[in-house]
Design a protein around this ligand. Structure first.
Ligand code: TYC
Length: 119
């Protein structure tokens, strides 16, 4: 009785080596350019009702400014209608806006705060 020869186990495919025909091109490795993340300004807006002292405390607390700097920023908002309180990554800026709006809401003041991408 003829015995069947078991099939050969599959061999890993190896790319056949070929002689250098002088036509191979080596691509120059490009260094990947990673852009820094877009930054966002957090601005506070003026209104006629929120007490100056409340705005100063909010700027000190949420934007880590000393009292002097916080007072200057508050006065700039009061005079110009708006001012930048800080510049952060998109997520951090959104969190700052939420924190300010929540503090204003809890205190019953109409203080407004927005974030805008830096140009
Ligand atoms: N204009 C307010 C007042 O005279 C003070 C104020 C400053 C309000 C800054 C909001 O973002 C603000 N009481």
């Amino acid at each position: 009785m003829a015995t069947k020869i078991p099939p050969k186990p599959a061999q890993p495919k190896v790319r056949p080596s070929r002689p250098d025909d002088g036509e191979s091109v080596v691509l120059e490795r490009r260094t990947e350019k990673v852009k820094p993340p877009q930054m966002h300004m957090v601005l506070m807006l003026n209104d006629d009702y929120t007490p100056m002292e409340f705005v100063v405390v909010v700027i000190q607390e949420f934007f880590s400014k000393d009292r002097e700097t916080a007072t200057q920023i508050m006065l700039k908002i009061h005079l110009d209608g708006r001012a930048v309180c800080g510049v952060y990554s998109k997520d951090v800026a959104a969190t700052k806006v939420d924190q300010v709006l929540e503090a204003a809401r809890q205190a019953g003041h109409p203080l407004q705060c927005v974030s805008e991408p830096v140009e």
